[in-house]
Write a protein that binds this ligand. Structure first.
Ligand code: 1HS
Length: 257
């Protein structure tokens, strides 16, 4: 199926790598013009170039999603260059280190500032543009860590739990505006973001950490960036037209156990 996002203007945060980059590619392949937002200018431009190399339209915009002024400027830049945004994928996120009794305050603050506050700031900036053009779709990146306990990952679990609750709140508040809001709760995808957690889980041995983690997934593998991007595409498209406030696990059966 093609053209599921034909004519749409999409902004994807954290799109300089990983799931966000895969989503930029899939959204563009389905007809969207994509604003690739990332903290790294080089990474954002690399994603935009990859999209362009396959005939898609993408621009790079730079912001730290936890800084309101940067978020507002990036959204206005995207709107000026591409038009009113009607698809938003709040993908940007960071991990955390440790259980509650050893977590550093700075790590806790960073995790909440990016994962939860970043979702708030970007959504707040985009919603007026969606409302002005009749509505849109917002996809928030949750996690299985919002739904089940993950050892030594306290701030991340709490922040992603906040994203899941925020999604339901946004869905109710935005429904009259014609804006749907849903969340994906991915299982582990082997991206640079996850390497520290996986290595720590293996006592410093990444392969051991990967083996321990894969054992938690009935499907027998970790997710891929493409697996999660495909769910974001579905939730961004009219194919999910009756879904808002939904919390969608994409976790290889991990939370079904
Ligand atoms: C990173 C993603 O949101 C999943 S959190 C870690 C889940 S697991 O590795 O303990 O299965």
């Amino acid at each position: 199926m093609t053209g599921r996002l034909q004519g749409k203007i999409a902004l994807i945060s954290g799109a300089g790598s990983g799931i966000g980059r895969a989503a930029a590619q899939q959204f563009a392949a389905e007809g969207a013009k994509v604003a690739v937002l990332d903290l790294s200018a080089d990474a954002a431009k690399e994603t935009a170039d990859i999209v362009a190399s396959t005939g898609g339209t993408a621009i790079a915009v730079i912001a730290n999603v936890s800084v309101a002024a940067e978020v507002n400027a990036a959204v206005e830049e995207a709107v000026a260059q591409l038009g009113a945004i009607n698809v938003l994928y709040n993908n940007a996120g960071v991990d955390s280190t440790g259980s509650i009794d050893v977590a550093e305050e700075s790590d806790w603050d960073r995790c909440f500032n990016v994962n939860a506050k970043g979702t708030y700031l970007l959504s707040r900036a985009v919603i007026p543009h969606m409302e002005a053009t009749g509505g849109g779709s917002i996809v928030n990146q949750g996690s299985v860590a919002a739904l089940v306990a993950v050892p030594n990952f306290a701030a991340y679990c709490a922040a992603k739990g906040a994203v899941v609750s925020l999604t339901r709140s946004m869905a109710i508040d935005c429904a009259p505006k014609g804006i749907r809001v849903n969340a994906i709760c991915p299982g582990t995808v082997f991206t640079p973001l996850m390497e520290p957690m996986l290595r720590a889980r293996g006592g410093g041995d990444l392969e051991a950490g990967l083996a321990k983690t894969i054992a938690k997934y009935p499907i027998g593998r970790l997710g891929t960036t493409e697996d999660i991007a495909a769910v974001a595409l579905f939730l961004s498209s009219d194919d999910s037209g009756f879904m808002t406030g939904s919390i969608v696990t994409a976790d290889g059966g991990m939370t079904a156990q």
